[in-house]
Every structure is written in structure tokens, then in C-alpha cells.
Design a protein around this ligand. Structure first.
Ligand code: TYD
Length: 139
């Protein structure tokens, strides 16, 4: 059962170059799973939050490709806030944690890699249901 201490920042490789910098991520190397899905969040109006849910199975990496935002992870007992503000920081979030994204800066761009295809039944969108499943060790 994942806890907030399993969430970690993975520092991606950086090739610094006068022509512009380059970073990358590969399956089972920097990315600790096989990527099955990618999606991105952009044009977030000031003050809006995204992603208030948990996944039963999906693991993910979240990167602030541009700008900055906070990711709050919650295991039902503890919460931890990670500020993502570099395009070479990837936040690894295992399955079974509640996570929300907030404090999006203007023009921020969030890229997410997931370990599974989109499946609406993999989502827990009710926080009280999440707490119950966590205490019953179902996630
Ligand atoms: P939603 O899960 O509400 O976003 P958030 O991460 O902020 O909670 O996703 C918004 C809509 O996009 C929702 O109707 C489902 C759809 N969607 C897909 O079809 N595929 C995907 O991979 C994702 C992430 C969302």
C-alpha cells in the first residue's frame, strides 16, 4: 500500500547546450514503468485545481514542462506538497494515492505519463470512498 513517502522526484538527464537544452525519459530507465498513455494540461485559469482523484492501478510521472504548479499527494494519513518548476523534474506518483494539482502559474504546461490506458473505472473520485478503501487496504 503506497504512502506519501513513496512519491519521489526523479531528476531527468539534461544536455545543456548553447543551442538550447534537452532532456528525455525512456521506459524502465528514467520512467519506472512502461508508458501506455500521455496527456497534458494547459491553459489553466488562475485559481483552478485539477486532478482531485486517486488511481487504483495507474502509476504516473508528472512534469512541469513549462511554468510551475504544486502537486499535493495524500495517503489518507499524511499529505505532502511537491512544487514542480523545472522541466527536468519528474514526480513519480504510485497507484493508490489521492493527488491534486494547484497553484498553476500563467502559461504552465503539465505533462503526464501513465502506466495504463485511460479507464474511467480506475479512478476514485470521491475522497471519502478513497479514505475507506485506504483504511480497508483495498488500494
Ligand atoms: P479529468 O480526469 O476530469 O481531469 P483531472 O485530471 O483534472 O481530474 O479529465 C477530464 C476529461 O478528460 C474526462 O472527461 C476524461 C477525459 N480523459 C480522457 O479521455 N483520457 C485521459 O487520458 C484523461 C486523463 C482524461
Amino acid at each position: 500500500m503506497a504512502t506519501v513517502s513513496d512519491v519521489k522526484i526523479i531528476e531527468l538527464p539534461r544536455f545543456l547546450d548553447a543551442r538550447g537544452n534537452l532532456s528525455f525519459a525512456e521506459n524502465f530507465k528514467q520512467v519506472p514503468f512502461e508508458i501506455k498513455r500521455t496527456y497534458w494540461i494547459y491553459d489553466v485559469p488562475g485559481g483552478e485545481n485539477r486532478g482531485g482523484h486517486a488511481y487504483k492501478e495507474n502509476e504516473e510521472l508528472i512534469i512541469a514542462l513549462s511554468g510551475a504548479f504544486d502537486v499535493i499527494v495524500d495517503d489518507g494519513k499524511d499529505k505532502k506538497t511537491f512544487t514542480l518548476n523545472r522541466s527536468y523534474y519528474a514526480l513519480y506518483v504510485p497507484k493508490g494515492l489521492w493527488r491534486e494539482m494547484e497553484n498553476f502559474s500563467t502559461n504552465s504546461f503539465a505533462l503526464e505519463f501513465g502506466s495504463s490506458h485511460y479507464d474511467k473505472d480506475d479512478y476514485i473520485r470521491d475522497y471519502n470512498q478513497f479514505l475507506k478503501m485506504k483504511s480497508d487496504e483495498e488500494v
